[in-house]
Design a protein around this ligand. Sequence first.
Ligand SMILES: CCC/C=C/C(=O)SCCNC(=O)CCNC(=O)[C@H](O)C(C)(C)COP(=O)([O-])OP(=O)([O-])OC[C@H]1O[C@@H](n2cnc3c(N)ncnc32)[C@H](O)[C@@H]1OP(=O)([O-])[O-]
Ligand SMILES: NC(=O)C1=CN([C@@H]2O[C@H](COP(=O)(O)OP(=O)(O)OC[C@H]3O[C@@H](n4cnc5c(N)ncnc54)[C@H](OP(=O)(O)O)[C@@H]3O)[C@@H](O)[C@H]2O)C=CC1
Length: 153
Amino acid sequence: MAAPTVAKVTSVFRQKLFKDKVALVTGGATGIGKTITQELLYLGCNVMIASRKADNLKAAVTEIQGNLPGCDVRWTECNIRKEDSVKKMVSTTLEQFGKIDFLVNNGGGQFYAPTSEFSLKGFNAVVETNLTGTFLCMKEELNQSCLLSFMQT
Ligand SMILES: CCC/C=C/C(=O)SCCNC(=O)CCNC(=O)[C@H](O)C(C)(C)COP(=O)([O-])OP(=O)([O-])OC[C@H]1O[C@@H](n2cnc3c(N)ncnc32)[C@H](O)[C@@H]1OP(=O)([O-])[O-]
Ligand SMILES: NC(=O)C1=CN([C@@H]2O[C@H](COP(=O)(O)OP(=O)(O)OC[C@H]3O[C@@H](n4cnc5c(N)ncnc54)[C@H](OP(=O)(O)O)[C@@H]3O)[C@@H](O)[C@H]2O)C=CC1
């Protein structure tokens, strides 16, 4: 008897619940962001993933398309700390998909280090990414399109 097929992507929500919606996921090529991206695709969204490293983005798109054949997932480079880069991310997504329904503010992170050894430059990098970067994404989404925003950082 053949072994049962195990779905690579699933959700507690009904498949195609978000049919034809468009989501933009920052940091969508790795970790939690990649998992969110795949669930949104499973639910019927078309998804743009965005972050700094093009190699990671390309590899994630290939992997996700293997897990969810026929899904529409695309990538664009963006450093959320830079306003021009955020503007371009949003306008590219609108050009390619025509709208943005959901923004997932997942891109970010921090360094693990004792406070006494944490450089000011490192602290500023974390604040500029998690706080300023999320602000820039939300502001640009509101200015150009978006309705709903999920925050994670
Ligand atoms: C309870 C668990 C919860 C877990 C939550 C998670 O988030 S899980 C994981 C989530 N995932 C991640 O966190 C993924 C990684 N996170 C990222 O990539 C984030 O974007 C970032 C904001 C943390 C790094 O922003 P960036 O790319 O701009 O950073 P950069 O490399 O260019 O460094 C800038 C400066 O930082 C300094 N510095 C360096 N190392 C340390 C250190 N160990 N310590 C202190 N400081 C350090 C150094 O001064 C450096 O300057 P230099 O010396 O180069 O002139
Ligand atoms: N794992 C955990 O326990 C927890 C995680 N979080 C938060 O959840 C989010 C995802 O974390 P996780 O999946 O664990 O870690 P990852 O390191 O896998 O994800 C972080 C993502 O953020 C992107 N990113 C970082 N800096 C920038 C930037 N300046 N511009 C655009 N994208 C950026 C990275 O892509 P790239 O390097 O290509 O730019 C990467 O894809 C983070 O914001 C993290 O702080 C919060 C609580 C707990």
